[in-house]
Structure formats: structure tokens, C-alpha cells
Ligand binder design. Structure first.
Ligand code: NIG
Length: 390
């Protein structure tokens, strides 16, 4: 083994997500080891492999690091008062996005960057190793470009979300704002983004406006994703499928036609159960979606309005308890499913050639992630966000 190789040894249960390596859809192995060299898995096999550095998992469960394919990490301020009012009966309508936009525009770049780094440290400690970061709290040319530039310093998975909400200064000129997003704002944002996204919802942007945003993004070379069907059957899911989006996110309200459309497509349905928790929406029926053969992801949606958490374990427990997913399905959705939502094959699995990004649990099986909700079961995370763990 060459210099710098690391072995995680004495793994009681290893989840590889590669059925060719072990039993079941999660490719499970008992008494295993994983060898990592240059950030890449070079061997998966029985316990006892040798390398320069050894981490003893002491019989615990090891799984791929979580792939959090939906966050809005670049923001200032919080909306605890809005949450408190919601818990007293106020509905969520997304209007608070403007409150966070004001706070974010007023914050210095240094402050925003420091806040993002702190949130990445939190995500690392919660087991996340790949994280997507959206803009969407700038909503003007300079602040969308600025927040994306901050995001792109920390992640390759960055998303331009100028079409998050119409900002106050454009409230009676929605079409003008959409033209701005599709033109000069996109031009400044695109160099810092891999993806484009839009919020397709009553009160945000309608199907035609979102289509225009997605097509402009495609023409600028960006991959497509969409917020759809969060607060009602918005037409977002079908638009996402029509446009070939990598993922449509939320999917809280789905009718039969939505599920049929997803089933005949490559678009991943990404569920954000912590948002349904925090906004007191119903939970989506993930069982129906899975049974239709749709690829499913689970993500945190970390943002100050609808889902102020970086804990994928929390999301996973909700998905199992409230959405009809088995624990195996939920763990797969939060790892390999997230990778599919980002069209990545190098993360979300622990097979040879994949990134050596993994989580060592303080538990003998991955089932404990749902069985012991709220308990910090992430003993150690090995992945690129370790540098934020200060
Ligand atoms: O994905 N729904 C739109 N965007 C975020 C919420 C943003 C906010 O309320 O600040 C979401 O839930």
C-alpha cells in the first residue's frame, strides 16, 4: 500500500450501496474494512486490511457519507419569530424569503462566508460529505453573484436560484424580474454555478415563468433542478420532467399524473421532510413514489425559513416514521439517492473508485439512525467538510 493510505477496519456492518459487493440493495458486508488512498476507495473487503493509517471502527456500522442535495446555506439572520408564530397556527407561504433577503443583502461578504463555514462544520459533524448550496437570498444581480461566489468557494455543487421569489422592488413587475433573472443576472451568476433552479409555486413563479428560467439556464450551460409541489399541486413536477431536470425537490403534494410522469423519467424526486415538519405541511406519500419505481432522494433543505437543520439523520427518521419509507430505503435515498439527484456516480457509495467519504456510527446498524431519533450517532465523518470542523 502506498504512502498515505488509510484503512477503516473492524467494521461490524458496512453499507456500500453496491449490490455487487454485498447482500441486498445496500450491498451490506459484515466484518469488513475499507481502504482509502488519495480520497478514493481502493479496496473493500474483509476486516484486517493493512494501510499506513488505521481507524478502528470497533464493530460499529459504517456507511457512505450523506449527500445533501438541497440547501440554502448562504444567508444572514434567522426567522425564529416566524417559526414561533407558525407553531401557534400561522401558515407558511414563503413570503419570509424577503426578510432573509434583506438580512443577506445587508451582511458583509466576510460575515456571510463565516456563517457558511460554520454551517458546513455543523453538516460535517452530522455526517454530510457532499453538499449542494443554492443562492436565492440576493435577488439582485450583485447579491446573487456575490452569494454564489461565496458558495462556490466551498462546494462544486452550487445552484443559481434568482427565481426564488420576486423581490419587493419588483413586486408589481414580475415579468420584468423574470427577464432580469434570465438575462443579466444569469450572466453574472453562471460562472459560479453548476445548476439553475426556480421556485414553482403560487406566490412565487408559475410554470411558464419557471420554464423560461430553466431554458435560459440550459442555454447558459447549467444543469436543471426545480422546487415543485411544496404547498400544492403546482405543475412543478410535470415541468421538471418535461425539461429533463436532474431533480424536482419537495414533492409534498403529488397527484397520479405527477407520479406517472416521474416514473417515466430520469428526474429524481427529492423529499425534504424537515421542511414539511417545520411548515406543518402534510408529509408526502413516499411509498407510492417508490412503488412506482421513481428514484428518490432525501435532503435537509437547510434554510432559515422552512427547515433550519443540517441533520440528515433527523430527515431520515421523519421519512421512515411519516412517509412510509423503510429504513434501508431512507438511508439509500440520503446517500446514493442524493448522488443521483446531483447526477454524481462518485459519491453516495463505497465501491472501488468512488470517493472515500464515509460515516462511522456510534451504533451497530444503520437502523439506529431512525430507531434512536435525536441521538448524536455520528461518531466520525471522513470527507472534505472536515476542514470546517473547528
Ligand atoms: O426550499 N421553498 C422555497 N425555498 C425554501 C424556503 C425558503 C425560505 O422560506 O426562506 C425551501 O423550502
Amino acid at each position: 500500500m502506498s504512502d498515505g493510505a488509510l484503512v477503516v477496519d473492524n467494521i461490524g456492518l458496512l453499507i456500500t450501496n453496491d449490490p455487487s459487493l454485498g447482500h441486498g440493495p445496500l450491498g451490506q458486508l459484515d466484518d469488513a474494512s475499507v481502504v482509502i488512498e488519495d480520497d478514493t476507495v481502493v479496496a473493500v473487503g474483509p476486516a484486517g486490511a493493512v494501510a499506513d493509517v488505521r481507524i478502528d471502527a470497533e464493530g460499529a456500522c459504517v456507511l457512505p457519507g450523506f449527500v445533501d442535495s438541497h440547501t440554502h446555506l448562504v444567508f444572514a439572520g434567522d426567522r425564529a419569530e416566524e417559526f414561533t408564530a407558525r407553531m401557534a397556527g400561522q401558515p407558511y407561504d414563503g413570503g419570509g424569503i424577503r426578510v432573509t433577503t434583506d438580512a443577506t443583502r445587508s451582511a458583509s461578504t466576510t460575515t456571510l462566508d463565516r456563517l457558511v463555514q460554520a454551517r458546513l462544520g455543523e453538516a460535517h459533524r452530522a455526517g454530510t460529505t457532499t453538499i449542494e448550496i443554492k443562492s436565492g437570498y440576493g435577488l439582485n444581480i450583485d447579491d446573487e453573484a456575490r452569494t454564489l461566489e461565496i458558495a462556490s468557494a466551498h462546494s462544486d455543487e452550487t445552484t443559481f436560484l434568482g427565481a426564488h421569489l420576486v423581490p419587493t422592488e419588483y413586486q408589481s413587475r414580475v415579468d420584468e424580474y423574470v427577464d432580469l433573472v434570465c438575462g443579466p443576472m444569469l450572466e453574472r451568476a453562471a460562472p459560479h454555478a453548476r445548476w439553475i433552479d426556480a421556485f414553482c409555486e403560487v406566490g412565487a413563479f408559475d410554470v411558464d415563468q419557471c420554464r423560461a428560467v430553466l431554458e435560459a439556464g440550459r442555454a447558459a450551460g447549467l444543469g436543471l433542478r426545480l422546487h415543485g409541489n411544496q404547498l400544492g399541486v403546482s405543475g412543478g413536477v410535470r415541468l421538471a420532467v418535461e425539461c429533463g431536470c436532474a431533480s424536482v425537490d419537495h414533492c409534498t403534494y403529488l397527484d397520479d399524473a405527477d407520479i406517472d410522469a416521474l416514473a417515466g423519467s430520469d428526474t429524481v424526486a427529492t423529499f425534504l421532510p424537515a421542511a414539511d415538519f417545520s411548515t406543518r405541511q402534510q408529509y408526502p406519500d413516499a411509498r407510492r413514489v417508490l412503488d412506482a419505481g421513481v428514484t428518490v432522494a432525501i435532503a435537509s433543505n437547510c434554510n432559515p425559513g422552512s427547515s433550519y437543520t443540517t441533520s440528515i439523520s433527523f430527515c431520515l427518521a421523519l421519512a421512515v416514521r411519516e412517509m412510509g419509507m423503510t429504513i434501508d430505503e431512507a438511508v439509500y435515498a440520503a446517500t446514493a439517492g442524493g448522488a443521483s439527484a446531483l447526477r454524481r456516480h462518485d459519491v453516495g457509495r463505497l465501491s472501488i473508485g468512488a470517493k472515500g467519504h464515509l460515516v462511522i456510527l456510534d451504533a451497530p446498524t444503520h437502523h439506529h439512525l431512525a430507531y434512536r431519533p435525536g441521538v448524536p450517532l455520528i461518531r466520525q465523518t471522513i470527507g472534505p467538510l472536515a476542514r470546517y470542523n473547528i
